[in-house]
Write a protein that binds this ligand. Structure first.
Ligand SMILES: Cc1cc2nc3c(=O)[nH]c(=O)nc-3n(C[C@H](O)[C@H](O)[C@H](O)COP(=O)(O)OP(=O)(O)OC[C@H]3O[C@@H](n4cnc5c(N)ncnc54)[C@H](O)[C@@H]3O)c2cc1C
Length: 300
């Protein structure tokens, strides 16, 4: 390359492949640019920047019988306002609504949030607990679809190589619609903040029996990647909805914090914060209030 940055604005996936073919330099995709501009501060720009916001299908949400298909350049604003996402994938709608400010939400995209793979990325715990699968276009033109855990593999690390592109996010739908989900987060400020801690949960209900059948609970900003909390899930699974469930759930959440960050300076803050978040999460899920357990275990 000649040290200058080229720019491409493809309209189709084929044009993306054509733009990268034969190029031996560094490639960066750009969608909302809310992370890229900051990440580029003080470092040389890549050889080719590819704006993916005009690629056909990248800004659309399609609902079909088995899943919701979300284009990678779909913004937080679109996600948080989408009717079916708001009713069937509440965790994702709420997570998107909690990102940054209005201006950031109007630009920031779901694909950028995944590709940045930051521990505080709000969509990540929501996508993980909803069982998202992620469509990728490899640089050589091959398409593949991977589970969330195979894509986000470390702090700021993904399975994407130079020139690989996230194209699509698939969320499985359940029929009959007995799955509900929720997302809560805390940060230093309500607006324009990244999460210090976030929790997403997705549960399958048996409304007739007032029972939870199955649960997935994932914490954000507690580990390099979103942390699936299996012991917390066990306190919900096959349980009647009531205060005993809430007591066990909240206790297991604080134990999960102790196990994840023992001795870290943020441990006391996060184990207290997660109790409040847990209460809010239960309220979102079950639409009723629960009490804070009177006896809180001390840090291990
Ligand atoms: C003031 C401010 C507040 C913020 N608050 C929050 C917050 O509360 N919660 C939160 O989660 N985030 C927050 N963010 C971070 C940011 O907005 C999100 O991570 C956003 O979703 C990134 O999307 P983007 O489209 O802007 O990505 P871009 O900046 O365009 O790209 C980010 C990175 O991902 C790559 N990339 C983008 N799209 C793709 C793709 N389809 N395939 C492969 N690689 C791709 C780019 O090459 C780049 O490396 C904040 C950022 C700012 C500046």
């Amino acid at each position: 390359m000649n040290g200058r940055t080229g720019v491409a604005r493809p309209r189709t996936v084929d044009e993306v492949t054509a733009a990268t073919r034969g190029l031996d330099g560094r490639i960066a995709y750009v969608a909302g640019a809310t992370d890229l501009i900051i990440a580029q501060d003080g470092i040389p720009w890549p050889d080719l920047v590819i704006d993916i916001t005009q690629v056909a299908g990248f800004n659309t949400v399609e609902v079909s019988r088995g899943f919701i298909r979300i284009g990678a350049a779909t913004t937080m604003t679109t996600l948080s306002n989408h009717k079916t996402i708001g009713t069937e994938m509440m965790a994702l709608a709420r997570a998107a609504a909690k990102v940054g400010s209005v201006q950031i939400r109007n630009r920031a995209t779901i694909g950028g949030n995944i590709a940045s793979a930051m521990p505080a990325g709000d969509l990540l715990p929501a996508l993980h607990c909803l069982g998202a699968r992620i469509g990728i276009l490899r640089r050589d033109g091959l398409h593949e679809t991977l589970g969330f855990e195979a894509v986000v593999v470390g702090r700021g690390e993904t399975c994407l190589g130079n020139g690989d592109l996230i194209t699509t996010i698939y969320l499985p739908r359940e029929t009959p619609k007995r799955r509900i989900s929720a997302f809560v987060k805390t940060g230093p400020r309500e607006v324009l903040t990244i999460a210090r801690l976030g929790v997403a949960a997705s549960i399958r209900l048996n409304p007739k029996l007032n029972r939870v059948e199955d649960a997935r609970v994932v914490a954000g900003a507690l580990a390099p990647v979103p942390l699936r909390m299996h012991q917390v899930e066990a306190t919900l699974r096959d349980r009647e909805i009531g205060q005993p469930l809430a007591d066990d759930f909240l206790f297991a959440l604080s134990q999960a914090v102790d196990a994840a960050i023992p001795g870290r300076h943020s441990q006391p803050y996060k184990r207290r914060a997660i109790t409040g978040l847990g209460l809010d999460l239960l309220q979102q899920l079950f639409n009723r209030e629960f009490d804070i357990p009177s006896v809180q275990a001390e840090p291990a």
